[in-house]
Design a protein around this ligand. Structure first.
Ligand code: ZN
Length: 429
């Protein structure tokens, strides 16, 4: 394959940063992905309607507005699905019901709680905004609308060092006390619901509930002496979700049924109806199989011949903390996709699936690197072994190397996005 050029690396990363900027919540990310699919002629299927599926065509299904599965059925599919799974959510702070709190009679703060495990101190002293969805009712039915306030709206102010001299010795964070964002002066009391309703375009008293979270109101950027790195919120996991979707859209998809799944709620254990532990993937595959005239026996044969790439970002060696990495398996930024191994099987990679992925990267002419936790540091988990509990495909855990995972803004390599697009494209070809 032709070597990727500097221009391709940069344009792919710029497009990724634009997508992330336009996707301040999982609802926006999924709506934007649905838009990309629709623009390429994919048809939306609804879970509460019968499905008719033609060969040589592509489809997508959205669940809860925050998870999406797209698939393409070639004219004469060989057995075995080709599936890539990633997630749409990132750690953040969820805005509670009745959120306004008056502090000292002078300030209005918003009442928030943690969603997922974030590096809390990274959220201080930077402009934040609010995005998500609101729900309202009409004629006995519930509808939702996405909301993005999209301006510098909030800041979580640090405490001055003069009032806490031990601040640099490691501070235990208390979300209820330390992480409440400043929203306005006392005169702004009552304005939060009003702002949300104006953005949604529905009257404030019609809003019956919301799923709203904070996000850093900052555009991702390219940095480094030779512009070799990117800095952006939500690289985990929108970098994998978007790059693998590009690979899905641009792959030939001539041999196998190609499936691209983006689940929600990975950061809180995947246990929701739109999470990787749900029946979403199983439901889509079995309904597709039935619509194509396949038997249950044929479906299970298909699953047995399938490959699932669980694509979720991994850790690069940290320049200030190189001792935190395994002595030998040390991914770096710009080193290409990472194969993740774990003895406790928190990652679903085994010898067979690792061999499959290494072979794939060789065909794609993409470098590949390996990750393992230091044996004395337990690592995280991801969605691979969770989704295979529903659809028992052979699976491998991969991702792109990054720094500062779960910080409000993360660091990646400028070349890695294009590497992943190409690996995914070959996977789907
Ligand atoms: Zn992740």
């Amino acid at each position: 394959m032709a070597e990727l050029t500097k221009k391709e690396f940069e344009s792919t990363s710029e497009a990724l940063l634009e997508f992330i900027w336009d996707s301040p919540s999982p609802y926006h990310a999924v709506s934007n992905m649905a838009g990309l699919l629709a623009a390429q002629g994919y048809t939306e299927l609804y879970e509460n309607e019968p499905w008719e599926i033609s060969r040589g065509r592509g489809y997508y299904v959205v669940r809860n507005g925050s998870a999406i599965i797209s698939f393409y059925v070639p004219a004469v599919p060989e057995r075995g699905y080709r599936i890539i799974a990633s997630h749409s959510d990132s750690p953040t702070f969820k805005i509670k019901e009745d959120p306004e709190i008056l502090s000292d009679g002078k300030y209005v703060q918003l009442n928030v709680e943690a969603y997922g495990g974030m590096v809390m101190n990274s959220w201080f002293d930077r402009p934040l905004s609010v995005a998500g969805r609101v729900a309202y009712a009409s004629d006995g039915r519930v509808f939702t609308k996405n909301v993005d306030i999209d301006r510098d709206l909030l800041v979580i102010p640090n405490l001055a060092i003069h009032m806490d001299r031990s601040v640099n010795d490691g501070k235990k964070m208390n979300v209820q006390k330390d992480l409440l964002p400043l929203f306005g002066e006392a005169a702004s009391a009552g304005k939060f619901r009003q702002l949300v309703s104006e953005d949604a375009g529905i009257p404030a008293d019609s809003i019956l509930a919301w799923d709203l979270t904070l996000y850093p109101h900052v555009r991702g950027s390219v940095f480094g002496a030779d512009r070799e790195f990117i800095s952006s919120p939500k690289l985990d996991d929108l970098q994998c979700a978007w790059t693998t979707l590009q690979g899905f859209l641009n792959g030939k998809k001539e041999d196998h049924i190609a499936v691209h799944a983006v689940f929600d709620n990975e950061e809180v254990g995947s246990g929701t109806r739109q999470g990787a532990a749900s029946t979403f993937l199983y439901d889509v595959l079995t309904r597709m199989n039935r619509a194509l005239g396949g038997t249950e026996e044929y479906f299970l044969m298909n699953v047995a011949d399938s490959w699932l790439l669980s694509a979720d970002n991994g850790h690069a060696v940290h320049p200030n903390n190189p001792d935190k990495a395994d002595p030998k398996n040390r991914p770096v930024l710009n080193g290409g996709p990472v194969l993740k191994f774990a003895g406790n099987q928190k990652y679903c990679t085994d010898a067979v699936s690792a061999a499959f992925f290494r072979d794939l990267c060789r065909k794609a002419d993409v470098p590949v690197q390996t990750y393992a936790n230091r044996s004395d540091i337990p690592g995280g988990s991801t969605l691979g072994n969770i989704s295979t509990s529903q659809v028992a495909a052979r699976s491998v855990d991969i991702g792109l190397a990054q720094l500062a995972m779960h910080s409000v803004s993360e660091v990646g390599g400028i070349r890695d996005s294009a590497y992943m697009v190409r690996a995914a494209r070959v996977f789907y070809s």
